[in-house]
Write a protein that binds this ligand. Structure first.
Ligand code: 5AD
Ligand code: SF4
Length: 471
């Protein structure tokens, strides 16, 4: 079979990253091999995101670029998947006629057959069917890890929470959990191909398995914890209203479960939380934060914040700033509210002017920046265990010019650590550290990362699991 080239452009969240891997693995059966050179591609897959308007604009601007490319290379096949595909369907073909295939979020298992038909017959196909059969979302080919140390594993798809700003329930459909055996089987094969860390993915992992009566999310973590050779387990995303005592208890019970929790709060105002249909108050949320800190005192917490939701007054916004202060997050993501076509908040009154949103976004980011930097600085001089994911960004960008060798990894609390190797370090500069856990003495801190040098095993005691921060 002739090898054909596949270029994948993945936009948006981790779920899309995972889906793109699945698409690449089903297309490998048709003889497609991945390339990072767009001009070389026979097939381009664009995995799109529609969570905010900007993300959608980005997708269409890339499709515009592909339309130009296709004028030069007429046999190029262009496939559009992900959330914009699901939302717009047929309309994409009208807006960008050079597109050949539009496939929705639950059509990944059918992509290979569609591409084969397009190659044979030159037809255009739109498949945005929202079938409920989970088997369709689970192509049988196991994912190859591509040499990664950390891998995403989707444990459930869809969402039924209907937060009023969110497009996910309409583009990802009803909640469906995968069978625990299928998840564990996939993780076992990933570990065999070198993976040391998995990130379990779902829109609301806390409700995993409930509808189908499989097992609870905490029990699933227990099963994954028993996979031999796996070192770390992470998960995302959790809905605060469903964060159970049992899941909190998992942090005391399972060795491999990393001390980091992403718990999106969105707003600190009870009035706005109600309008968002979040199902908790600021007080309930803070109780969960305290509960987590009781089981793992130095757990790292992160969150998502939306500023400028319809009706958000200065007073509401100050409640958000107050909550950020009280929760004392390690990091956060903040977004300006964006109207989405199928989300109810689009019709809400009290739209906040763009200039106010911009100013509030800046205030949130500034309030967090100082805290993150202070946290990072407090780590200087400590020894942290780092799971190395590969050469650092700088190394990859032009390592030949560097006078030290740099590797990059993460602490269990999800801080990026750059590791410097030179003649003085206990690890030789020519050693490959990918996939290894290394104890690193921290020498410096930046807003988004820290750096240091490895210490010889046994010379200094690494800080115990979950005790990354001097509180
Ligand atoms: N506008 C702005 N931010 C949004 N998010 C989801 N929908 C919107 C929207 N319409 C944010 C939420 C969510 C994160 C993934 O994206 O904070 O947690
Ligand atoms: Fe969207 Fe809310 Fe579901 Fe998260 S929980 S995907 S914000 S509807």
């Amino acid at each position: 079979m002739k090898t054909k080239k596949l270029f994948v452009n993945t936009m948006g969240c981790q779920m899309n990253v995972y889906d793109s891997e699945k698409v690449a693995s089903v297309l490998a059966r048709l003889g497609f091999e991945k390339t990072s050179v767009l001009e070389e591609a026979d097939l381009v897959v664009v995995n799109t995101c529609t969570i905010r308007e900007k993300a959608e604009q980005k997708a269409f601007s890339f499709l515009g670029r592909l339309a130009k490319l296709k004028r030069k290379k007429t046999d190029l096949v262009v496939a559009v998947g992900g959330c914009v595909a699901q939302q717009e369907g047929e309309a994409i073909l009208k807006r960008v006629p050079s597109v050949d295939l539009v496939f929705g979020t639950r059509a990944i298992g059918r992509v290979a057959e569609h591409v084969a038909r397009i190659e044979r017959q030159g037809v255009k196909i739109v498949d945005v069917e929202m079938t409920d059969a989970p088997v369709r979302t689970e192509p049988d080919a196991p994912i190859s890890s591509n040499g990664q140390v950390s891998s995403f594993v989707t444990i459930m798809t869809g969402c039924e929470n209907y937060c009023t700003y969110c497009v996910v329930p309409s583009v990802r459909g009803k909640e469906i959990s995968r069978r625990p055996e299928s998840i564990v089987g996939e993780i076992e094969s990933l570990v065999c191909s070198g993976v040391r860390e998995v990130v379990l993915l779902g829109q609301n992992v806390n409700s995993y398995g409930i509808k189908q009566g499989y097992c609870s999310f905490a029990e699933l973590i227990g099963m994954v914890d028993r996979v031999e050779g796996l070192e770390r387990i992470r998960f995302t995303t959790s809905h605060p209203k469903d964060l159970s005592e049992e899941l909190m208890g998992a942090f005391a019970k399972y060795e491999k479960l990393c001390g980091h929790f992403h718990l999106p709060v969105q707003s600190g105002s009870d009035r706005i939380l109600k309008r968002m249909n979040r199902g908790y108050t600021k007080e309930i949320y803070m109780k969960k934060v305290e509960g987590l800190r009781r089981v793992r005192p130095h757990i790292a917490l992160s969150t998502d914040i939306i500023v400028g939701f319809p009706g958000e007054s200065e007073e509401d916004f100050e409640q958000t700033l107050d909550l950020i202060e009280k929760a004392s997050y390690d990091s956060l993501f903040a977004f300006k509210y964006s109207d989405r076509p199928s989300a109810p908040a689009r019709k809400f009154s009290g739209k906040v002017p763009e200039s106010v949103k911009t100013q509030r976004l800046r205030r949130v980011l500034e309030s967090q920046e100082d805290r993150t930097t202070a946290r990072h600085r407090s780590l200087i001089g400590t020894v942290l265990r780092v799971l190395v994911e590969g050469p650092s960004k700088k190394q990859r960008a032009g390592g030949a010019d560097l006078d030290v060798v740099q590797w990059s990894g993460r602490t269990e609390t999800n801080i990026v650590v750059n590791i410097m190797l030179d003649e003085s370090t206990s690890v030789r500069p020519d050693e490959n550290l990918t996939g290894r856990s290394v104890d690193v003495k921290i020498d410096g801190a930046f807003p988004h990362s820290i750096w240091g040098k490895p210490v010889a095993e046994g010379t200094e005691t690494p800080i115990a699991k979950g005790e990354t921060y001097a509180a």
